[in-house]
Design a binder for this molecule. Structure first.
Ligand code: S3P
Length: 436
């Protein structure tokens, strides 16, 4: 599948982006662990999160789809979960592959996990190490650090105080989920705060979780079923915000976007680079939400780095690189080595593929230097099977001279299935065509 993208001078209108991927995964996992019936609204019906629903069903939770994005998840606590009869396929989802082992560490049976080729290449040692310390048996490829993995937990994992070397919400969440069943309080200390969706949602499900600076502490206990309203995903909104910042006649408003401060680094960078983003109608539904309106402005370069900022925008770097390629001057991204172990090596992919469109990007071990202000030209580029690379390239193509072909875009369905339709609606004409 490919995108054929024509440039546009106009993006006008308003709409919503699909549900937050991180929050949707957590709603499915916590709903399955809780006693009683949880209702989830705004669930992201994209491949990654549908894998999580299938995984909790394989473990014995009852999932009913009531309406688009509205799910009813019936659980009977950890007791209600039992050994799956087949391998659980995590598809392309790093979050599922890293959070589910946390849940499994509190379950006294074997579960087998695998994923697609990209996911099987991603590091799992970062969760296997603390979960083994809590008593899980984890075996698999590469000394148990790559999928497929087999995991056997216990009814009462050992409590630990874990200092993680990476600021990763997936690692933090895995330990917290294992801690729900532990023999005492668990804590995780990170080098810098990562997204806190697990902490917020665990509290909503009645669990005692406290945060002091870089340390999160959880007191084991049962989960009480509740309702969850999933906000729009700011990581999906980011593509439309950058599009609005670079297309000449743009004014785009996105409603109910999640603006959790651990996720809004992209807004800080848009502002620092001269794009105008107005925030309106702030609300709190367990996660803060807002309407965001972007209009184009005169762009300038910036520095994107530092332990405090990078985890707040890690998934947005590919599309911010597009913004930097348009803004005159040199933008530097540093401290972002983690990009090399995402759905693809995103530093290499951005430099190589945007380079084909005329961008001047120097790859560095922990980031890149982007000499912006050059005119981009249409080219044939490829996502390498990475959804965020596919969408970032399509956004770049909106302001290129001539037509761009983006190969291998079926992966967009992992996080933002309606991406092309939304941009076509904002352009008022078909600018992105899906082709076989
Ligand atoms: C996620 C955490 C981040 C992010 C990923 C989703 C999550 O990964 O890149 O897309 O939902 O916890 P890390 O925890 O590895 O930084």
């Amino acid at each position: 599948m490919k995108f054929r993208v024509a440039p546009t001078r106009r993006l006008q209108g308003e709409g919503e982006v699909p549900g937050d991927k991180s929050v949707s995964h957590r709603a499915a996992l916590l709903g399955a662990l809780a006693e009683g019936v949880s209702e989830v609204h705004g669930f992201l019906e994209a491949e990654d999160c549908l894998c999580t629903l299938a995984a909790v069903q394989a473990l014995g939770a009852e999932v009913t789809r009531k309406a688009p994005g509205h799910y009813r998840i019936a659980g009977s606590g950890r007791r209600g979960l039992s050994e799956p009869s087949d391998v659980i396929d995590c598809g392309n989802s790093g979050t599922l592959a890293r959070l589910l082992p946390g849940v499994l560490t509190g379950l006294p049976f074997w579960t087998l996990l695998t994923g697609d080729a990209s996911l099987r290449g991603r590091p799992m040692g970062r969760i296997a190490e603390p979960l083994r310390a809590m008593g899980a048996t984890i075996v698999g490829r590469a000394e148990g650090t790559r999928l497929p993995l087999a995991i056997r937990g216990s009814t009462t994992p050992k409590a630990i105080d874990y200092a993680t070397p990476v600021a990763s919400a997936q690692v933090k969440s895995a330990v917290l989920l294992a801690g729900l069943a532990a023999d005492g309080p668990v804590s995780v200390t990170e080098p810098a705060p990562s997204r806190d969706h697990s902490e917020r949602m665990l509290r909503r499900f009645g669990v005692r979780v406290t945060t002091a600076e870089r340390t999160v502490r959880l007191v084991p206990g049962p989960l009480r079923a509740t309702s969850v309203a999933v906000p729009g995903d700011i990581s999906s909104a980011a593509f439309l915000l950058v599009a609005g910042a670079i297309v000449a006649e743009a004014r785009v408003t996105l409603h109910r976007v999640g603006v959790n401060p651990t996720r809004t680094g992209v807004l800080d960078v848009l502002e620092a680079m001269g794009a105008r983003v107005a925030t309106d109608r702030l609300a709190d539904e367990g996660e803060p939400t807002a309407s965001l309106t972007v209009t184009s402005g005169a762009l300038r370069p910036t520095e994107i780095g530092g332990a405090a900022l990078i985890p707040r925008l890690i998934d947005e770097v590919p599309v911010l690189a597009v913004l930097a390629a348009i803004a005159p001057g040199v933008t530097v991204v540093r401290d972002a080595r983690e990009l090399r172990v995402k759905e693809s090596d995103r530093i290499a992919a951005v430099a190589r593929e945007l380079g084909k469109m005329g961008a001047a990007i120097e790859e560095r071990p922990d980031g890149m230097a982007i000499a912006g202000g050059r005119r981009l030209h249409g080219a044939r580029v490829a996502s390498g099977g990475d959804h965020r690379i596919a969408m970032a390239l399509a956004v770049a193509a909106l302001v290129a001279d001539g037509e761009t072909l983006v190969d291998d875009v079926a992966c967009v369905a992992t996080s933002f299935p309606g991406f092309a339709d939304v941009l076509n609606a904002l352009a008022g004409t078909t600018i992105i065509r899906m082709e076989e």
